[in-house]
Design a protein around this ligand. Structure first.
Ligand SMILES: C[S@@+](CC[C@H](N)C(=O)[O-])C[C@H]1O[C@@H](n2cnc3c(N)ncnc32)[C@H](O)[C@@H]1O
Length: 254
């Protein structure tokens, strides 16, 4: 079982001023059957079984078993993956649960498919690119996900699955999938399209508008801003806010 190691920031009061002795650090130990070396010193493999320990240089670490979220952050990345903020919105908006059947394309690195499979009953993820399929397969295996089926399939040709609760699209031409999604989805179920550019959103929405069976609930760009909280220095972090993609949520109503 992989481990997470946390060292908390250590400060001391020197001549009335707070001095940072060591910065906060976090490590992921994939193989705790071996000694672990880091810039704070050495932890023996026997130390990694404990919950609190000091390195040979005297730095204190808290140790616990890695969770799904810790292991998920370590997946291999090929094509651009969908960020956690957008995954959270998909799950919350569609009400995905342990009964849900999901179709996802393209699989890419499998990042979204794996996150959804951690909650849903089953996820079928397709891709047309062999290199991406291999990365997604490897990630599914590494995270020991049993309910995610990765397969080579062009989603613009068909969706073989039926009675689906969510069809999620993260591929260049989502509008080509609309007729197949209508056949695959249950009434009241969700079609979600994730696209990096507005022309893609426009073409997708225009195609959805032509279908009586579908209703556009919303198109959203979720902006995430990190803050620095350090004593009285409390402000947004200086690095820019990156763009990920636009999410369009559609329901099958007929
Ligand atoms: C940006 S990646 C998807 C990333 C994925 N959502 C993730 O979080 O890891 C887009 C993927 O769509 C795949 N793709 C493009 N057209 C496709 C199609 N017609 N059917 C299935 N997959 C397709 C590409 O090969 C590529 O791997």
């Amino acid at each position: 079982m992989a481990k997470v190691l946390i060292h908390k920031k250590h400060t001391e009061l020197v001549d009335g001023k707070i001095r940072v002795i060591s910065k906060a650090r976090q490590y992921y130990v994939a193989d705790p059957t071996k000694d672990f070396h880091c810039s704070e010193g050495l932890l023996k493999k026997s130390d990694l079984k404990k919950s609190k320990v000091k390195t040979n240089k005297g730095f204190e670490f808290y140790i616990f078993d890695a969770t799904f979220a810790d292991r998920y952050r370590r997946i291999a990345r090929g094509p651009q993956t969908i960020p956690l903020k957008d995954i959270g919105l998909i799950i919350a908006t569609t009400g995905l649960n342990q009964e849900s059947k999901v179709v996802d394309a393209g699989a890419g690195s499998g990042a979204l498919a794996i996150a959804l499979a951690n909650i849903a009953k089953e996820v079928h993820t397709y891709d047309i690119n062999d290199t991406h399929l291999a990365i997604a397969q490897e990630n599914v295996k590494k995270l020991e996900i049993k309910n995610c089926i990765v397969k080579k399939h062009d989603i613009t040709k068909s969706i073989p699955e039926k009675n689906v609760d969510l069809v999620n699209l993260d591929m260049p031409e989502p509008w080509l999938v609309i007729p197949h999604a209508i056949k695959a989805l249950k009434k009241g179920a969700w079609l979600v399209s994730y696209s990096p550019t507005i022309p893609q959103v426009m073409d997708f929405c225009a195609a959805v508008h032509k279908r009586e069976e579908l209703f556009i609930v919303k198109t959203i760009e979720l902006i995430e801003r990190y803050w620095e909280i350090d004593e009285r220095r409390v402000r947004p972090k200086t690095e820019g806010i990156g763009h990920s993609g636009f999410l369009t949520f559609v329901r099958k109503v007929w």
